[in-house]
Ligand binder design. Structure first.
Ligand code: HEC
Ligand code: HEC
Length: 390
């Protein structure tokens, strides 16, 4: 039996070497091309930390949604999505005013403690929302887009009369301690990958850090929370060898992670893309945006084929949750790059197919949805082929 293992291994090496010579394609989960040796090292360290499974002894919880970043960002490779949803809740009064009960809207799925530290949605909640993960591939390029470039796409008063009113998300970025334009997350709630790292480490894993110093435990009394936690904040401390915190490692990995490559172009996909623009989808799903000038050649004035304006819109799918600068009705236009590896679709995962997602577009996207519905069967197939090539 043992003897057959060696030739198999040899065959595998020959086969995979031959493959890598033919295939030039960048597989999902790869680093950006053109990185320096030092950057590749940061990418690898970041990837390792992103995938590390944490325990309660290391700070996980008391309330948490997952025990590693990778657990919810893994399809089709680390940095992608997952099939899970997380839960937010709030209260809206008769006048339409939104309140985050206990000051928070996120209710974690799990708890580590034996001390009754499972968070629960209060009975008075009348808005409950679910959210699927957003993918991270190419996020360093999105981070490198200047605030001014995003603002240039705004049209909150609908001056051009096309029925579309994009609005930039104006937030305070806890990483740079400046006002910035949010662009990450379904509500464009964060502007930088370091801030999102701090937010996710605390919100998803219950690991406090320099940017988010208190545990997220809505409705749990502080004394009870202390009993469950027992670890001093911040739980994320600097590595003595590298000087980096885990949130720095996550941000490095995500910043240097390449976008998903498009499928090879065909005549039908090309036609689908032309239709996508012709029927008004590209008015929000902006095909490309440019990054700002940068000292780093990898990020310097690059065309980013993200298919998003990174603005907040009301297309009638809003989850009712007010968060950062976004109202309950608003959702950020999701970038469509990498769409072919993503299921389910829309912020709450309600759409199983591209066409189903299109059918949910209303209000600001009413006109373009109607034009999509009016396409001939052949044109519709081409539009869907284009979406499936991203
Ligand atoms: C339990 C599942 C889960 C875990 C664990 C998790 N995430 Fe996420 N992630 C999500 C969900 C859901 C969203 C969308 C959240 C939203 O916008 O409300 C998201 C969004 C993001 C985004 C925004 C990407 C974009 O382009 O919009 C980043 C960045 C991110 N996560 C980083 C991380 C990091 C870093 C960790 C580990 C510290 C982590 N996530 C752990 C579920 C998870
Ligand atoms: C007014 C802006 C706007 C227009 C026009 C628009 N979209 Fe969207 N699109 C959005 C927003 C916002 C979402 C996210 C909604 C949600 O998740 O609740 C979205 C979501 C999607 C999704 C799901 C992506 C994901 O990650 O879940 C697809 C696919 C999509 N749009 C395709 C199209 C196509 C095709 C058209 C043209 C027929 C179009 N969109 C027109 C704003 C727009």
């Amino acid at each position: 039996m043992k003897r057959s293992i060696v030739p198999l291994a040899v065959l595998y090496v020959i086969f995979s070497t031959a493959q890598s010579q033919v295939q030039r394609e960048i597989v999902p989960g790869s680093p950006l091309q053109g990185l320096t040796g030092h950057e590749l090292e940061l990418f690898r360290e970041g990837l390792e930390d992103f995938n590390e499974v944490e325990t309660a002894e290391e700070g996980l919880g008391p309330a948490f949604n997952g025990n590693s970043c990778g657990s919810c960002h893994s399809i089709p490779a680390i940095g992608g999505v997952a099939t899970m949803t997380e839960t937010r809740a709030g209260y809206v009064d008769e006048d339409g005013y939104f309140t985050a009960m206990n000051g928070e809207t996120l209710y974690n799925l799990f708890s580590t403690g034996k001390h009754a530290c499972q968070v629960a949605i209060p009975p008075e909640a009348n808005v409950i929302a679910r959210r699927v993960p957003t993918p991270i591939f190419g996020d360093g390029l999105i981070e490198a887009i200047a605030d001014a470039t995003i603002i240039a796409g705004e049209d909150p008063e609908d001056r051009n009369g096309d029925g579309i009113k994009g609005r930039a998300s104006r937030i305070f970025d806890v990483a740079t301690r400046t006002n910035k334009i949010g662009r990450f997350g379904w509500k464009a709630q964060q502007a930088t990958l370091l801030a999102f790292s701090g937010d996710a480490y605390r919100n998803e894993m219950g690991i406090t850090n320099d940017l988010f110093l208190t545990e997220l435990m809505p409705g749990i009394a502080p004394a009870q929370a202390k009993l469950c936690d027992g670890k001093p904040e911040p739980e994320d401390v600097r590595n003595r060898l590298t000087g980096l915190r885990s949130i720095d490692n996550f941000a490095n990995f995500m910043r240097l992670l390449a976008p998903v490559e498009r499928a090879p172009m065909t005549a039908e996909i090309q036609r689908g893309e032309t239709l996508f623009t012709a029927i008004g989808c590209a008015a929000c799903h902006t095909p490309t945006m440019m990054t700002a000038p940068s000292q780093n050649p990898v990020f310097d004035r690059k065309a980013v084929a993200l298919y998003s304006d990174l603005l907040l819109h009301d297309i009638g799918t809003g989850d009712g949750i007010e968060q950062a600068d976004a109202t309950g009705d608003e959702i950020r236009t999701p970038p469509l790059w990498g769409l072919r590896f993503r299921r389910p679709l829309l912020h709450d995962g309600r759409a199983a197919s591209y066409y189903h997602a299109i059918e949910m577009h209303a209000r600001e996207a009413e006109a373009s949805r109607k034009r999509a519905e009016a396409l001939s069967p052949g044109d519709r197939t081409a539009l869907l082929a284009f979406l499936g090539s991203l």
